[in-house]
Write a protein that binds this ligand. Structure first.
Ligand SMILES: C[S@@+](CC[C@H](N)C(=O)[O-])C[C@H]1O[C@@H](n2cnc3c(N)ncnc32)[C@H](O)[C@@H]1O
Length: 402
């Protein structure tokens, strides 16, 4: 059993993402995945996936909105420390782990055993009894998650390592960058049920792109991330195929053309445009994408038309935008800019058919009066690193996508 964690509110979409990537996985023989779709149970902050080890660990490569993927090795009811000690001792740790370098991550709620420090000490002591061989030379430790909730203790091994939002590219950031997992969620909501054929006609524009996170996520949405040091690669039970040099070549079903036809990012700051270009170059070294049409351009969205107005590529355009929160947009212009002005400007400048705006979840945002030719098709609230935000997606009434 696996537990895939995510941002609160993303659970249903994560379940969908798991189903979407299922056919892309491989079996332990390197052939197409013949395992039936797993049973998924949506929980608060994650999804439980009932599937074999080989398929569960591969979810790390594909899921773009997930935080991390845990493999559940034990689950039991416990209301006292001696029993906890005994249960931890009974786990066949040496069957799973190749080293005793372990970092414990404990959480406890609504349980008789609720002292997290004492729970950790008990687990540590019991674990050392059966698995004393700590290797001082190893730098990375295996994270073990102990969750105590309503007297049920679940013990899981983290299969991921570094948090999944760290894709292995995009290290250069501008001000207030968006986490990659949130950016992927925003892109997925924009796409909704629009067909691949329709997407491939669209130029995606981010008029305030910063270091490019939204566009880079939109470009790599369906690309697996292989080039990372996942924790599960060090597990004893990990299928041999993932320990060979050639396993990546077995993923034959993958789409390598990007979802959108063209990608175009603008920002008023030259240094973030430079960072976006470097991030893109870094990404293209790590994923295999063909036919990526990409441009990053330094330009103030409110500057009078230049050759870049209406998008450098022409054709149908969608805009996706994470503007600065508060009053920071108007610093760059003479007068304050409202969110209504921002929407109007994206239609005027890019002839945008669909617009996704990530805004602070404040009363004035909820009261936005949409220009007459726009209709709201989605409003999703969530937390962006502790700030309450809302994703607003609007579409042109004269040209709906579907
Ligand atoms: C919140 S950041 C976007 C971060 C981006 N989503 C990322 O993850 O890197 C907002 C960006 O808007 C840019 N900006 C502000 N006013 C602008 C304007 N008038 N025209 C173009 N860009 C603008 C800022 O320079 C900043 O990079």
């Amino acid at each position: 059993m696996f537990y895939v964690s995510c941002n609160l509110g993303f659970e249903e979409d994560l379940a969908l993402e798991i189903k979407e990537c299922w056919p892309w996985l491989i079996g332990t023989d390197g052939q197409a995945n013949h395992e039936a779709y797993p049973t998924l149970t949506v929980d608060k902050g994650g999804v439980l996936v009932d599937c074999p080890l080989a398929q569960g660990v591969q979810l790390n490569f594909f899921l773009k909105t997930a935080h991390r993927i845990l493999w559940r090795v034990a689950e039991f009811k416990v209301r006292d420390f001696p029993k906890l000690y005994e249960k931890v001792r009974q786990i066949e740790w040496s069957k799973f782990l190749s080293s005793a370098n372990v970092e414990w991550v404990v959480s406890a709620s609504q349980s008789r055993l609720n002292n997290e420090k004492r729970i950790e000490e008990t687990c540590k002591e019991s674990f050392r009894k059966v698995f004393p061989l700590e290797n001082k030379n190893l730098t990375s430790a295996q994270k073990v998650f102990i969750r105590m909730h309503q007297d049920i203790c679940t013990i899981s091994l983290d299969s991921t390592g570094d948090h999944l939002h760290k894709r292995g590219w995009g290290q250069l950031k501008g001000e207030a960058p968006l986490r990659e997992t949130l950016a992927a969620f925003v892109v997925r909501q924009m796409i909704g049920e629009v067909s691949l054929g329709e997407l491939r006609e669209i130029t995606l524009v981010d008029p305030m792109c910063g270091s490019g996170t939204l566009l880079l996520e939109a470009l790599s949405l369906w690309c697996p991330v292989f080039e990372r040091d996942y924790s599960f690669l060090r597990w004893k039970q990990t299928p041999k195929i993932f320990k060979t040099e050639l396993w990546k070549k077995n993923y034959k079903l993958l789409v390598s053309d990007p979802p959108f036809k063209n990608y175009c990012g603008y920002d008023v700051e030259a240094k973030v445009i430079e960072a976006a270009n470097l991030n893109l170059a870094e990404m293209l070294k790590k994923v295999s994408i063909q036919n990526a049409h990409f441009r990053f351009i330094q330009e103030d969205l409110f500057k009078e038309s230049s050759d870049s107005s209406r998008g450098v590529f022409g054709g149908k355009t969608w805009c996706i935008c994470n503007p600065p929160y508060g009053e920071r947009i108007h610093v760059l212009t003479k007068k304050p800019i409202s969110y209504e002005d921002l929407l109007k400007r994206m239609i005027e400048k890019f002839d945008a058919k669909k617009i996704g705006l990530l805004l602070p979840n404040k009363p004035e945002v909820r009261k936005i009066r949409l220009p007459e030719n726009l209709q709201k098709i989605l409003e999703v609230p969530f937390s962006n690193g502790g700030i309450d935000v809302v994703l607003l997606i609007v579409e042109r009434l004269d040209q709906p996508m579907h």
